[in-house]
Design a protein around this ligand. Structure first.
Ligand code: PMV
Length: 369
């Protein structure tokens, strides 16, 4: 990793802690993302076994504020939405604990975290990605504020991407708009296993108009926590061929994004989605996360594409289907969704989203109570 911004921050924060500094509050909003080349399998240190590429969403957002209260004599407290035993806290502690090792003085503050999502739970939208992204931005910006020094926006987002990764791997990709790459790829200068980078300048503008309608096939909570899925890949018989496949798919997908090649993008995205589920099914113990309606939706989507409608799907590690299509075909695709896909959704439910611009700071006058 390019550790220098964190090293700088560590020394600056340690030097500027006055002990009786006033508390303050910082807030950010951060979107979720959907992977098109999937991260599945990790190494020690929350590092990926293969590079992954995602599209940042626009409307599926977490809004988080953190109130920093100095605790010069120790005994920092953490709470989420007023609850000191909130179920999010174990994951949050992975992030705050890591930050404390990087920037020890960050542990001298109690943190009151208030957070809410613009989207409902169990919808196939990764709330951990947007949640950890927003929290990482608040924590890193908080440390920068205490340091009293200027850091560039690129340094802030890079540090936040590293920090978000410690809470949830895929969260590190939510820090940038458009399309984002996480993981070292020899063809992309500056790519790293430690943080994600935006690849918007390698993407045809047409691709930035992609829409994502999430078909809510099932609201049942996921039966496979992703940490167990990543662990299972350590002993998966197809692990090494999966890594080679992901590298090849990434390289082909970067080509498709550059050339505005929707057909190629569709082919690779669907291959990635089905491979993810095939790996999950063939793990020990295997799990089947798709529902009959997931498979029927896939069949109908492919049939519509064969008849000329430009659309394709991807899946997260769950039953719900992300339907992707360019903005110019929104009209006919909406008709198709209403006729053929809505009947497969739980109470007809779906969420309309699309490619978005990334996180934004929430100013004090725009803050929620
Ligand atoms: O970030 P995690 O540990 O929740 O893993 C996410 C894995 C997938 O969502 C299935 C794929 C991905 O790249 O986002």
């Amino acid at each position: 990793m390019n550790a220098s911004p964190f090293q700088r921050l560590k020394h600056l924060v340690a030097a500027s802690l006055p002990g009786d500094a006033p508390g303050f509050r910082i807030a950010w909003q951060c979107p979720s993302n959907i992977a098109l080349v999937k991260y599945w399998g990790k190494r020690e240190g929350q590092l990926p076994v293969n590079p992954s590429l995602s599209m940042t969403l626009e409307r599926a957002i977490t809004r988080t504020s953190v109130t920093f209260t100095p605790e010069p004599s120790g005994g920092r407290k953490l709470s989420v939405n007023g609850d000191p035993a909130h179920p999010f806290l174990p994951k949050i502690r992975n992030l705050t604990g890591w930050l404390e090792r990087e920037v020890p003085a960050s542990g001298s503050f109690s943190l009151e975290i208030n957070t809410s999502n613009t989207f409902p739970h169990s919808t196939g939208i990764a709330s951990s990605a947007s949640g950890m992204g927003a929290l990482a931005l608040c924590l890193v910006s908080g440390m920068i504020r205490i340091s009293g020094e200027e850091f560039t926006r690129a340094e802030l987002f890079r540090m936040a991407s590293v920090a978000a990764r410690m809470g949830s791997g895929s969260a590190c990709r939510s820090l940038f708009g458009g399309f984002t790459l996480w993981g070292k790829d020899p063809s992309v200068p500056g790519s790293s296993d430690e943080f994600a980078i935006p690849v918007a300048d390698m993407v045809h503008p047409g691709m930035l108009t992609l829409k994502d309608t999430i078909l809510i096939i099932s609201r049942e909570p996921k039966s496979l926590p992703s940490s167990l899925g990543h662990d299972a890949m350590k002993v998966h018989p197809f692990a090494s061929s999966r890594v080679s496949q992901a590298r090849q798919n990434l390289s082909d997908m970067l080509g498709a994004l550059k050339n505005n090649d929707l057909e190629k993008l569709a082919e690779i995205s669907e291959n990635e989605a089905l491979t993810l589920h095939a790996l999950i099914m063939s793990s020990r113990p295997g799990a089947i996360l798709m529902k009959p309606a997931t498979i029927e939706a896939i069949r109908r989507i492919r049939e519509a594409r064969s008849q000329g409608l430009p659309l394709f799907f991807t899946l997260d590690a769950g039953a719900n289907v992300h339907l992707l299509y360019p903005a110019f075909s929104s009209g006919p695709v909406t008709d198709f969704i209403n006729d053929a896909l809505a009947p497969l959704c739980d109470h007809g439910e779906r969420i309309d989203d699309g490619c978005g611009n990334g996180p934004a700071e929430i100013l004090e006058n725009e803050m929620f109570p």
